[in-house]
Design a binder for this molecule. Structure first.
Ligand SMILES: NC(=O)c1ccc[n+]([C@@H]2O[C@H](COP(=O)([O-])OP(=O)(O)OC[C@H]3O[C@@H](n4cnc5c(N)ncnc54)[C@H](OP(=O)(O)O)[C@@H]3O)[C@@H](O)[C@H]2O)c1
Length: 335
């Protein structure tokens, strides 16, 4: 590829927060042996990207999630020009259990991410996207959807008919809802907003609870399960919600520890050990999980829920919008 070609991109500024997001023009990268160059068509934001911007120790190109088409193929790469692909959140995690080595490199965190016109990736760390999905839709998958998949079908083994609790209506939770509905599970969704709860019911949520109107929402969840509790919680709240999640999980049920959206209420550990639950912390997922999930999405005809699409020049507005938590599902930036 001609070295004189430049591309549009963004970089974070060290310690600059989201306001430090800076438009730059960079030389277009070319793939080496075993690599591919992807022309990025759309990217999407995750809660994590707000934290990365705050903590950023280097001027990295942000965002783990994006979709595009291959425009150049290095020697020995197993893909073809024109293939529609996503990158994997952790470029080196292909299959098996996660390791510290895999966790060290994550797109848009420790290595350059997707908020650029072109990204070069190892051919083995991209995944073909289902034909029925647009680039905007596919761009939402690598972090939030794979995490929800991992929580439902890898870290735990839920069966159709069992009940899963989704906290709030952000990216991970809405994918958890859609995948759970597609797999025949009973789903309960909480939210701060009745409007968002109506949207969740339209997507198939069996029951909903407003956690702002009802501070003891765990009691409402228990009532919805006739006092038994849910089989699984996708725990995106962290220490601020864990005690309540635990209180409405059935004895012997599971909690998958994913996030830290909720402020610490200082509840202590005492209520957490009483119910014999399995609590498992997960880290997004492997390429194999991504590929398995794509098959399931295709069979179910599941379409990612995109709240808003921003243009490339509006990337900072997209960050601010995600931060406002006005969104339902995913926020996308077109490239
Ligand atoms: N471990 C992993 O592999 C992994 C992977 C992905 C994400 N995560 C983590 O998982 C969390 C969710 O990520 P995301 O990208 O899906 O976030 P997101 O889209 O930014 O989710 C924001 C939504 O979360 C809900 N929320 C906020 N505070 C809440 C609270 N106290 N209780 C219940 N819901 C609350 C709100 O929904 P309502 O407006 O409906 O109330 C809000 O709109 C983050 O902490 C993220 O870092 C971890």
């Amino acid at each position: 590829m001609d070295k004189e070609h430049h591309m549009r991109a963004y970089r974070l500024t060290q310690g600059g927060g989201i306001e430090g997001l800076t438009r730059v023009d960079l030389p277009e990268p070319a793939p080496g042996p075993g690599e591919v160059a992807v022309r990025v068509r759309a990217t999407s934001l995750n809660y994590r990207d707000l934290g990365v911007a705050r903590r950023s120790a280097a001027a990295v190109i942000p965002l783990s999630d994006g979709a595009g088409e291959i425009v150049a193929v290095g020697e020995g790469a197993r893909l073809a020009i024109g293939d529609r692909v996503c990158g994997c959140f952790m470029p080196h995690w292909r299959d098996g259990d996660v390791t510290p080595e895999y966790q060290r490199d994550a797109l848009g965190g420790t290595v350059d991410g997707m908020l650029a016109e072109v990204i070069v990736l190892p051919a083995a760390s991209v995944v073909r996207i289902p034909d029925y999905l647009s680039f905007e839709e596919a761009a939402t998958l690598p972090c939030a959807a794979v995490t929800a998949w991992n929580a439902l079908f890898e870290a735990t083994h839920l069966k159709p008919g069992q009940t899963v609790l989704l906290l709030g209506t952000g990216g991970v939770s809405i994918f958890g809802l859609q995948l759970g509905v597609a797999a025949g599970m009973r789903t309960i969704v909480t939210s701060s907003s009745n409007e968002k709860l109506a949207q969740a019911r339209a997507l198939g949520a069996h029951a909903t609870v407003n956690y702002r109107e009802q501070e003891d929402w765990e009691r409402a969840v228990l009532e919805l399960t006739n006092g038994r509790g849910v089989d699984l919680v996708l725990e995106v709240g962290g220490v601020g919600t864990f005690a309540k999640s635990n209180a409405c999980t059935r004895v012997g049920g599971s909690i998958v520890i994913i996030g830290a959206l909720a402020p610490d209420q200082g509840g202590g550990l005492a209520p957490l050990v009483a119910r014999n639950v399995r609590a498992t912390r997960i880290s997004v997922g492997s390429r194999r999980m991504f590929e398995d999930m794509n098959r399931a999405l295709e069979v179910g005809g599941v379409r990612p829920v995109i709240d808003r699409v921003f243009e490339f020049e509006q990337a900072l507005e997209a960050y601010r919008y995600l931060e406002s938590q006005a969104h339902f599902g995913k926020v996308v930036v077109r490239v």
